[in-house]
Design a protein around this ligand. Structure first.
Ligand code: QV4
Ligand code: CA
Length: 512
């Protein structure tokens, strides 16, 4: 009987693990805090031609507006209604973006904040993105509508009403996460409102969701909501496609709530990946690149087909959430590019590329005092658009890691080698490694101080290849290094330990 129920649950949830990417594309880019109008044009002019499969967008729901500190990025994680009106734009602009991105086969995945509404202390004086009335002190959100009935306070047993102890699973699910009003998700009414919000987005054409704060919601409540979701819009997706679901569960071990409780429902964000890869690249805790040989499940990660992976995310790149100081970001560009190169070459998981903005980082007592700073903005707090420089990088404080040649070309590499096995591993017992993906792509990384000077088995067919890290293949030429693979599949690699980018990647589509 139990087995039958389990089998039924598995069958029901099957399909939510598939990101539905088109044309063999494989990666998501998180365009953190971008405006919808900028995303629409980025799909057409850059993401589609460069083979990006989808975008994670910032929460589109109307949120509180905080002015002290000044319009922090995290105000968007405090919804006050499910109106599609936010700092990134209006519902019309959102709709236009979804349509235009879908028309060039770039999927949209929406960050949905459904565990809670805004902070409990917000009263009459607080404002919202689009002027909708709310009063958090009275638990009054008339535009959903939610009222005091719809929150968890009765159930939470801590004195403060907040989560005080992550070892008590009831607190973690039923109490307030940093004072955010916690929704009572066992309620049929709340489930209905959340599903209505998500279904509206599905009908508009989105391909799935990054579900925020899943550790703080009971898996059973999430199943009840997911089961109410529509199939994807058939204008762009095949009949019967279920929305892709990836759930934010920070599980670095050591807590009773585990990501595996959620992997039957959809994918989960594998945070161990981010924190461990940073540790290895930095050579902390005696880690070495050669230990990456069994990267993936061998490192106690969730099964590959249940995971979404990333080098950094919008929280841990600024010390929020978890992952710690090891996490690599654009601030450590040299190691970051190597880590991204490794992630995108390695077969594990669905990969997500972070695209950030710069802020005035200011460390005091080991903490960034400005970790709250919102995106590049005008004086009134509205978000600036993303200007593109003649060299195709972004201006005005937008970092656009996804446009860095080394990262963009590895996104393409991943598409080219999709489905190919991890093979031809080589290491020097230290911080020099290499591997192929079947006979379609090969990467060599030198994270030693010394030189790498080796002849290696690449698994690739004979020919001359363009290194997509140091340059690009155009027409018949190559603006970077060239590598010669002989009849046996061997090639000679030389990488100085001092190179700005001490790694080389070649693939079948970059053959000259
Ligand atoms: C503060 C105090 C409270 C106090 C309250 C008084 O912390 O103890 O009672 O003031 O008003 C912000 C502030 C936080 C403030 C809170 C409520 O940082 O100081 O409480 O608002 O007003 C983001 C930010 C949070 C931010 C939140 C809401 O990271 O700092 O809180 O947005 O604006 C855990 C979770 C995981 C979570 C991670 C950050 O398991 O789910 O923490 N990650 C996701 C998102 C993240 C987001 C949230 C969840 C919440 O990725 O970006 O938090 O939606 O590990
Ligand atoms: Ca909760």
């Amino acid at each position: 009987m139990k087995l039958l129920v389990l089998a039924g649950l598995l069958a029901l949830s099957f399909g939510r693990h598939d990101p539905h990417m088109k044309h063999g594309r494989t990666s998501i880019v998180h365009l953190f805090e971008w405006r919808w109008a900028d995303i629409a044009i980025e799909c057409e002019r850059y993401l589609a031609p460069k083979g990006f499969g989808g975008i994670q967008i910032s929460p589109p729901s109307e949120s509180i507006v905080i002015t002290n500190p000044w319009h922090p990025w995290w105000q968007r994680y405090q919804p006050i209604s499910y109106n599609l009106c936010s700092r990134s734009g209006t519902e019309e602009e959102l709709k236009d973006m979804i349509t235009r991105c879908n028309n060039v086969s770039v999927n949209i995945y929406v960050d949905v904040v459904i565990n809670h509404m805004c902070g409990a202390a917000a009263g009459e004086g607080n404002h919202s993105d689009c002027g909708t009335y709310f009063n958090a002190q009275k638990k009054d959100f008339p535009s959903v509508p939610y009222s005091s009935w719809d929150f968890n306070d009765g159930k939470c047993k801590t004195v403060s009403g907040e989560i005080e102890n992550y070892h008590d699973i009831f607190q973690v699910r039923d109490c307030q996460l940093v004072s955010l009003l916690d929704l009572a998700m066992e309620s049929n009414y709340v489930r209905g409102k959340v599903a209505e919000y998500m279904n509206k987005l599905i009908d508009m054409g989105v391909a799935g969701f990054r579900v925020d704060a899943c550790k703080h919601m009971w898996p059973g409540d999430l199943i009840a909501i997911y089961d109410r979701l529509h199939n994807l819009n058939t204008t762009w997706f095949s009949n019967g496609s279920k929305p892709f679901i990836y759930q934010e569960v920070i599980d670095l071990g050591g807590e009773p709530i585990q990501a595996s409780e959620y992997t039957g429902l959809g994918r989960v964000t594998e945070f161990k990946y981010s924190s461990k890869l940073g540790t290895v690249m930095r050579k902390w805790e005696k880690e070495k690149l050669c230990y990456l040989k069994n990267w993936g499940e061998g490192w106690a990660f969730k099964p590959s087909d249940k995971a979404v992976v990333f080098v950094d995310n919008h929280d841990n790149q600024r010390g929020h959430g978890a992952g710690g100081a090891a996490v690599l970001t654009f601030w450590d560009a040299r190691l970051y590019k190597m880590a991204m190169g490794f992630m995108l070459a390695h077969p594990y998981g669905v990969t997500r590329v972070m695209s950030s903005y710069r802020w005035d980082r200011r460390f005091e007592n080991g903490k960034d005092q400005n970790d709250w700073m919102g995106p590049p903005s005008h004086g009134n707090g509205s978000t600036k658009s993303v200007p593109i420089n003649p060299d195709s990088t972004c201006g005005d404080g937008w970092v656009c890691e996804h446009r860095w040649r080394q990262i963009r070309n590895m996104v393409i590499f991943r598409n080219v080698v999709h489905g190919q096995p991890f093979s031809n591993w080589w290491d020097n017992g230290n911080n020099q490694i290499a591997f192929s993906r079947g006979n379609r792509g090969f990467i060599v990384i030198n994270n030693n101080d010394g030189t790498l000077d080796e002849t290696l088995d690449t698994g690739l067919p004979e020919g001359t290849y363009c290194d997509v890290i140091s340059g690009d293949k155009h027409c018949a030429g190559c603006s970077g290094k060239q590598l010669h693979v002989d009849r046996e599949g061997k090639a000679h690699f030389y990488i100085s330990g001092e190179d700005e980018d001490p790694f080389i990647a070649i693939h079948i589509d970059a053959k000259l």
